[in-house]
Write a protein that binds this ligand. Structure first.
Ligand SMILES: O=C(O)CCC(=O)C(=O)O
Ligand SMILES: [Fe+2]
Length: 321
């Protein structure tokens, strides 16, 4: 239990339908044992990753006043810039030493859910940087498509309809996030982590990390294992919604980031989360007599909002939604 599995998902993009079963079995095993794995053979090109990473570096290099023009704490729908220490993922540690940019599915001001002021729904808030918006919106769509391909493979192992997730990911609340971890300095912040230990909230997370390293995953024996950067891969992990959906057959595993000393680190997680009204309740194949449903039914939006309130101090204040 010392290194995460690496799964080649290229058969999901070939023309051999029987090859899906083999990939689904590997994913199933990794989800039960680890809740974490790497994927290679995916369709996101190295050139695209380099372009989006370039955007992250350009954006985070802006003066903080410029970045705060799209301050996430001033939105009801969770889009824009989160300054250092906005989040505290581990309540036993100081706030996280990282800054973030979050975007979601862009819904215009006249969309019925935006007019109804539904939480988490609304327009994206992009910085005013040349070429930024078109690239980021395209990357969001491509990451969503990749997540849905993995979810479709999982339906084979979970014994549910092939389109189970596709129908629930119509107008999703998925989030594409850019993260900058400033260098850690041993003297002043030995205790402060880039990202404190946490489990993800959503369904499935696809993470690009640059070459700096620092991501750690807790294995079933409670040991922290490095998840080092591997060229051309994404780290994939399951979040709490998938653990609830699968009645804990699939693990939502704690992880953290120890920022490297003296170097900046950039990462880009894509958090795949379904339509806000989706019911998160035990899947039919996961509730045998020996395993009655462990969790009460909730909705995607209700669950996410409760987890945001745990992580962000500003979301606990009465004036915020
Ligand atoms: O930056 C990373 O490597 C991981 C970030 C993470 O776990 C998160 O944002 O949920
Ligand atoms: Fe995470």
């Amino acid at each position: 239990m010392n290194s995460l599995p690496i799964i080649d998902i290229s058969p999901l993009y070939g023309d051999e339908p029987d090859a899906w079963q083999g990939v689904a079995e590997q994913i199933d095993r990794a989800c039960r044992q680890w809740g974490f794995f790497y994927i290679k053979g995916h369709p996101i090109s190295p050139a695209r990753i380099a372009e989006v990473l370039g955007n992250a570096q350009r954006f985070f290099a802006l003066p903080v006043e410029e970045k705060l023009k799209i301050d996430i704490t001033q939105t009801r729908h969770h889009r824009g810039y989160g300054a250092v220490a906005t989040e505290q993922l581990d309540p036993t540690k100081p706030s996280d030493l990282k800054e973030t940019f979050d975007m979601g599915l862009h819904l215009p001001a006249d969309h019925p859910e935006v007019l109804a002021e539904k939480p988490l729904r609304g327009p994206n808030r992009h910085p005013d940087l040349s070429g930024w918006q078109a690239l980021m919106e395209q990357h969001y769509r491509d990451m969503q498509a990749l997540a849905q391909t993995l979810l479709r493979a999982m339906t084979l192992a979970l014994g549910i309809e092939r389109d189970f997730f596709d129908t629930r990911f119509n107008e999703p609340v998925s989030v594409l996030r850019l993260i900058h971890y400033p260098p850690r300095d041993t003297a002043s912040c030995a205790e402060q982590q880039g990202a404190g230990a946490h489990t993800d909230y959503g369904c499935i997370t696809l993470l690009y990390q640059d070459a700096a390293g620092g991501l750690q995953v807790r294995n079933v024996n409670g040991q922290w294992i490095d998840a080092p950067p591997i060229d051309g891969t994404f780290v994939v992990n399951l979040g709490d919604m998938m653990a609830r959906w699968s009645n804990d057959r699939y693990l939502s595993t704690p992880h953290r980031v120890i920022s490297p000393l003296g170097v900046d680190r950039y990462s880009m997680p894509f958090f795949a989360e379904p339509h806000p009204d989706t019911l998160i309740q035990c899947l039919p194949g996961c509730q045998e007599d020996a395993h009655p449903p462990k969790y009460p039914t909730t909705t995607c939006a209700e669950f996410l909002l409760s987890r945001f309130a745990d992580t962000y101090a500003y979301r606990r204040e009465p004036q915020a939604v």
